[in-house]
Design a protein around this ligand. Structure first.
Ligand SMILES: [Zn+2]
Length: 229
């Protein structure tokens, strides 16, 4: 990520980042991932600043007043309300992954069902899931909003971009908000297809060497600025 400091952020940058949060809040809510005000969204706009949704905001009807400017410790610098109660997970993600610029936390129904049943999403070997989503971590349960949950998430951040939060919901990260949001959609799609496959039969087993071939493609795709092009 290009290193930008707080005093280099222009008001145009802020407005552009806010409208990105508003737009993807609407996108994710239209897919029922943020039922009953659940979930939160953040974007890192500089080395030491981020925008996040305020606690209790309706992600499907966000306005500029619902988006809070914070430092990386969660201190509010501008905006109404208080930062999301899940700020510690966002902070941990940015602390551990200098390459990311967006975090989405949501409760998509099918993925959350896997999280609530403590069943990992690791059986589906569809090429797009291997290449674009990659392995999905199952992060052990801790009380939402606590540092303990952020510490549990930390264990998986270096090796994963998408996460089931046990008995809670899901979290995805990306080099921009579009990437994090599309990963959330792909994670939910993965969960839905896995349920259908289990009703019909057993997941397809890739031929020898095929998983490695797909992982090589994943490595190449990950070198792009944005994996969804
Ligand atoms: Zn939650």
């Amino acid at each position: 990520m290009r290193k930008i400091l707080a005093d280099q952020i222009t008001s145009d940058d802020l407005v552009a980042a806010e409208s990105e949060v508003i737009s993807f809040g609407s996108y994710l809510s239209a897919r029922h991932y943020h039922a009953a005000l659940a979930g939160n969204i953040s974007v890192r706009i500089s080395e030491d600043r981020l925008l996040c949704t305020r606690h209790g905001a309706d992600k499907g009807a966000l306005g500029p007043d619902d988006i809070v400017l914070c430092d990386m410790d969660g201190h509010k610098l501008r905006g109404n309300g208080i930062p999301t109660s899940e700020f510690s997970m966002h902070r941990m993600a940015y602390h551990e992954r200098g390459d990311i610029r967006a975090v989405v936390h949501a409760h998509p129904p099918s993925a959350t069902a896997f999280a609530a049943a403590s069943v990992p999403l690791d059986a589906l070997m569809l090429p797009e899931m291997v290449v674009l989503l990659g392995p999905v971590a199952l992060v052990p349960y801790a009380t939402p909003g606590t540092e303990k949950l952020a510490e549990h998430l930390k264990l998986y951040l270096q090796s994963h971009d998408s996460f089931l939060l046990e008995n809670h919901g899901a979290l995805t990260i990306g080099t921009d908000l579009r990437e994090a949001a599309l990963r959330m959609e792909l994670l939910e799609h993965n969960a839905q297809i896995t349920m259908y496959v289990r009703q019909i039969g057993k997941p397809f087993v890739l031929p020898p060497g095929e998983l490695e071939a797909l992982m090589e493609i994943r490595t190449r795709v990950n070198q792009r600025k944005n994996i969804f092009g």
